[in-house]
Design a protein around this ligand. Structure first.
Ligand code: NAP
Length: 302
């Protein structure tokens, strides 16, 4: 059952004993969260019987069913819920208690059961910081960040960059207005933040040298997608982080490789945001190595 794609009908009939966790998305078939979390839960159960009946399931839930699904999940006492595309922002308005990690981002990816309703968190920022450390040996702190994208992931990355005291933040988004709205939000958080907006289609020549480029757009998911920026237009030797992990090497990362730039995809970020979610639900340290192993197996069988 943990491998099945479940629906709202399965949830209505839910009578599976034990402690259930779930991810909701639309589409959800590509999600590697179930094998990633269940690998960790198996290891945690071997250490402590408290986790022996914990299981992680996936539900295909279109946006118009999200509110009903969240009410049912709460009634059926699902201890934890992850939200993925396209639910992170929609769910924000349905959750009463929002942790500071999610409030400024305006999006939740993790919900924790409470008798009065779910509490909302956002672990993507933590995942990004850990992914950058693990794969690029770098921090947002002090970096000149060139951020591509101003959607949910872009907002999270921008707010994390400011929270970690990056040196400067240059935001390029296909729809310029969204990047400008994001800059306004960032200046509300930190009026002194060094933030600029640029057109990623024709990057200005005075972008910072040796920047940390973060792709938080979905451009690269499909082979026909345009590259979110032309790396040859950037000065110095940028390091390039693409949040996309499937495909493992987007055209942007291929371009970084051919130029000899350091680069990494979003696989470690995925694992660390998941590890933080599991910590929130279980209130214990979680086996991150098992999560890497489970996620790799999930990717291989996708
Ligand atoms: P989203 O809210 O839908 O935002 C999509 C962003 O991509 C927007 O900035 C959009 O620009 C831009 N975009 C879409 N198609 C484009 C194109 N053809 N050319 C240029 N820009 C384009 O999605 P999201 O939740 O932010 O997710 C963005 C990406 O991050 C996805 O690929 C997602 O899988 C990835 N992600 C990875 C992790 C991880 O753990 N590794 C976590 C979160 C997200 P406009 O504003 O112009 O539409």
């Amino acid at each position: 059952m943990a491998d099945d794609i479940l629906t709202l009908d399965d949830l209505r009939k839910w009578s599976v004993p034990g402690t259930a966790l779930a991810v909701l998305g639309h589409p959800i078939h590509h999600s590697v969260s179930p094998p990633m979390h269940n690998a960790a839960l198996a290891e945690m159960a071997a250490e402590s019987p408290a986790f022996s009946d914990w299981r992680y399931y996936r539900f295909e839930v279109p946006p118009d069913q999200l509110e009903t699904a969240l009410k049912l999940l709460h009634r059926k006492r699902f201890r934890g819920v992850n939200l993925t595309v396209p639910h992170k922002v929609i769910a924000f308005d349905l959750i009463k208690t929002i942790d500071p990690s999610a409030r400024s981002v305006g999006a939740v990816n993790t919900l924790r059961w409470h008798p009065d309703g779910y509490e909302g968190f956002n672990t993507d920022g933590y995942g990004l910081v850990q992914g950058l450390r693990e794969d690029l040996r770098t921090d947002l702190s002090g970096a000149d960040v060139i951020l591509l994208g101003a959607g949910g992931a872009g907002r999270g990355a921008a707010i994390e960059s400011i929270a970690q005291a990056c040196h400067s933040l240059s935001i390029g988004n296909r729809t310029r207005q969204r990047a400008e709205e994001l800059r306004t939000l960032l200046w509300q958080i930190d009026p002194a933040a060094k933030v600029r907006v640029f057109d990623p289609g024709s990057p200005p020549s005075d972008l910072p040298e040796d920047a940390l480029v973060i792709n938080a757009t979905s451009a690269g998911l499909k082979p026909t997608d345009p590259q979110p920026i032309n790396l040859s237009a950037l000065p110095g030797t940028p390091r390039v982080f693409d949040m996309i992990y499937n495909p493992a090497e987007t055209a942007l990362l291929g371009s970084a490789r051919s130029r000899g730039f350091a680069f990494a995809n979003g696989f470690s970020m995925l694992v660390y945001q998941g590890a933080r979610s599991l910590e929130i639900w279980s209130d214990t340290r979680v086996p991150v190595k098992a999560m890497f192993r489970g996620a790799r197996q999930g990717m291989a069988s996708n």
